[in-house]
Design a protein around this ligand. Structure first.
Ligand code: B12
Ligand code: SF4
Ligand code: SF4
Length: 254
């Protein structure tokens, strides 16, 4: 069964496919898988290498590479889930690359329903590095994941126990926000402020200033380029302006 599923995924252009029994998925801060899907037995995790777009100093092109990849991953994840339902008689639930996310005071919009890094580790697709991202043995740090929860009993692939991180500290030194100083934990709000300046926090700051502004100031704020950027982000969705931690990592780069 695993071979058949993997072959289908690889045929869709995925870079790697891994399997984890639900019992082997451990992510302390995330909801229990059973609360998302009571019959869950396994996770099928798909890995996709990033294009070189993430190296571009042009933020539009860098983010566009990610948007292309996310669109591709959404389509592949869905096709994979349909395959599981149609060909394997399974129930399947897709987990997106990033959003939708629960936007509540409880999660502060920074906890996914399924932690794809912990899922990838459980499925033998990689190991955590100093940057708190999962490093894939071949693709290095330039990799994103999606997953499918299913009710099919599948055993876990071999977990990678070797340290894939060279401990060179390049990711820490190249983080413009100083978000990686503490080992084993990303300073989420430092990262967010730098990597998503037009995200929810930037939006709230703008509108709080707006409500207290005079009529003349309000007109000027709406004519300002800051508003134009917020407007674009509002239409396109989450946009990252920083890819430094994955770009600075030498693992898997020739
Ligand atoms: C919310 C979110 C964010 C938030 C919060 C991040 C966070 N602390 O979790 C913000 C906006 C800050 C963010 C930033 C980034 N993100 Co993000 N993000 C997510 C999302 C949607 C949910 C993450 C989540 O649930 N976190 C909450 C819990 C699970 O985290 P945690 O238990 O606190 O774990 C943290 C630490 O404890 C540590 N950790 C946990 N266990 C272990 C074990 C070891 C051994 C070590 C060393 C560390 C470690 O790692 C975590 C980092 O703080 C996931 C997609 C998903 N559904 O998983 C993508 C995801 C994690 N993001 C991703 C990426 C690529 C990024 C960015 C590079 C932005 C960009 N340009 O793409 C940065 C990297 C920041 C960094 N170096 O940590 C990828 C990571 C891929 C990979 N190779 O690992 C994911 C998996 C998206 C995807 N589909 O692939 N992200
Ligand atoms: S995305 Fe940028 S700001 Fe966030 S941790 Fe990585 S290097 Fe630092
Ligand atoms: S840049 Fe260096 S320290 Fe950071 S994750 Fe990659 S190998 Fe590890």
């Amino acid at each position: 069964m695993k071979e058949k599923i993997k072959e289908f995924g690889m045929g869709l252009g995925v870079d790697d496919v891994g399997f984890a029994a639900a019992i082997d998925y451990r992510s302390a801060k995330s909801p229990k898988l059973e609360s998302l899907f009571p019959e869950v037995k396994s996770l099928i995790v798909l890995a996709y290498g990033e294009l070189s777009s993430c190296e571009s100093p042009n933020p539009q092109l860098a983010m566009n590479g990610r948007l292309d990849l996310m669109e591709f991953s959404r389509s592949v994840n869905y096709k994979m889930a349909r395959f599981l339902e149609r060909e394997c008689g399974a129930k399947a639930i897709t987990v997106p690359a990033s959003w939708p996310l629960e936007m509540s005071f409880k999660t502060k919009g920074v906890i996914g329903d399924v932690s794809l890094r912990h899922a990838a580790v459980a499925a033998g697709l990689g190991a955590f590095g100093r940057h708190n991202l999962v490093i894939h043995p071949r693709l290095g740090s330039r990799v994103i994941f999606t997953a499918i929860l299913s009710d099919v009993e599948l055993d876990s692939d071999q977990v990678i126990s070797e340290d894939l991180c060279d401990n060179c500290n390049s990711c820490v030194d190249n983080c413009p926000a100083g978000a990686l100083e503490e080992e084993g934990s990303t300073d989420v709000f430092r990262c967010l402020k730098n990597s998503q300046p037009y995200g929810i926090a930037g939006n709230i700051r703008f509108w709080l200033k707006f409500v207290d502004a005079s009529d003349e100031e309000k007109k000027n704020m709406l004519k300002d380029e800051k508003f134009w950027r917020l407007y674009q982000a509002g239409i396109i969705g989450f946009q990252y302006t920083c890819f430094n931690c994955l770009n600075s990592c030498p693992v898997g780069r020739s």
